[in-house]
Design a protein around this ligand. Sequence first.
Ligand SMILES: Nc1ncnc2c1ncn2[C@@H]1O[C@H](COP(=O)(O)OP(=O)(O)OP(=O)(O)O)[C@@H](O)[C@H]1O
Length: 349
Amino acid sequence: MALLELQQLSHAYGGHLVVDGLSLDLAPGTIGCLLGPSGCGKTTVLRCIAGFERPDAGTIRVGEEVVSAMSTHVPPERRRIGMVFQNYSLFPHLSVAANIAFGLQALPSAERKARVHALLELVGLPSQAGRYPHELSGGQQQRVALARALGPRPRLLLLDEPFSSLDVDLRERLAAEVGAILRAEGTTAVMVTHDQHEAFAMADQVGVMHGGRIQQWDTPYNLYHRPANRFVADFIGQGAFVPGQVLAGGAIAIELGALRNAAAGSAPAWQPGDAVTVLLRPDDVVHDDASPLTAEVVAKAFRGAEFLYTLKLGSGQEVLSLVPSHHDHAPGERIGIRLDVDHVVAFPA
Ligand SMILES: Nc1ncnc2c1ncn2[C@@H]1O[C@H](COP(=O)(O)OP(=O)(O)OP(=O)(O)O)[C@@H](O)[C@H]1O
């Protein structure tokens, strides 16, 4: 049975529908993430799960308990749900150990000490117990906030943009670390973010939100390689949309050649002659000096190990190509390219 189940959740602010019939299931021990652009309603979903908002319609079940339904609203403090916020919200006048012990008052003193010690070990800060929040880095403070939230062993942990006040470099690393910590504890968690790198680094399942609904609830791999619709294809990763036409036998002809195995998860039964739009990822277009097919370099972005080239085809259509950075070509040059498409993703034109 799912540990968290949202069914047909809807919520409006002053007549403006923000969450629109949203459903999702999260298995025990899974880390789920709601990912979407600013204002898509993801924080509102989190607040409904926590109990800070009362949904207009739908039900929320945590474990065996329906915590929210038309006639039910379990108050936040009785939901046994932990929360980690963007701004750490540690008590500034309490030491790290005292911050973590705060939610553990019900435990006998020896047990409380042992739990605080175990949590400090878990988040990798055993030597910082006596320090105060202002003496810690942002990443360390967020780890203390995580330890404090995990202290009372919540049945579900909610994380609201937990890394957004940290440096970009640190975000992805901490997201992966926090994912590992939650897995070590067997915690079921839901995170909200607008940053797909964070979502991918931490979550098992990601729901891409748009217009108050989940457009696709899937693994990071499938969101990238098998996007269910144009919105997801556009929002996740980079790529270019190019026109194509379905051939007899099901292959799709695009300017760069024929794509076989056009069996993306989303592909309806195409008919020969159908006009389609094909998603080409930067790794689908490979630089190859031996290829008779060439394209003009329009722009390039240095990524360290790779260049991301923007290339112009004969028709004027632009595509992206990720190329090892020892292939250093200037804008205006023509370079050989070929297709290497594993997952053909096509949508009705
Ligand atoms: N308390 C409120 N009263 C009125 N409108 C609100 C309230 N909270 C949020 N909204 C509006 O509801 C919409 C969704 O907000 P929400 O915070 O859920 O989005 P979000 O996806 O989390 O965005 P962000 O990433 O910017 O936080 C926004 O248009 C927002 O302005």
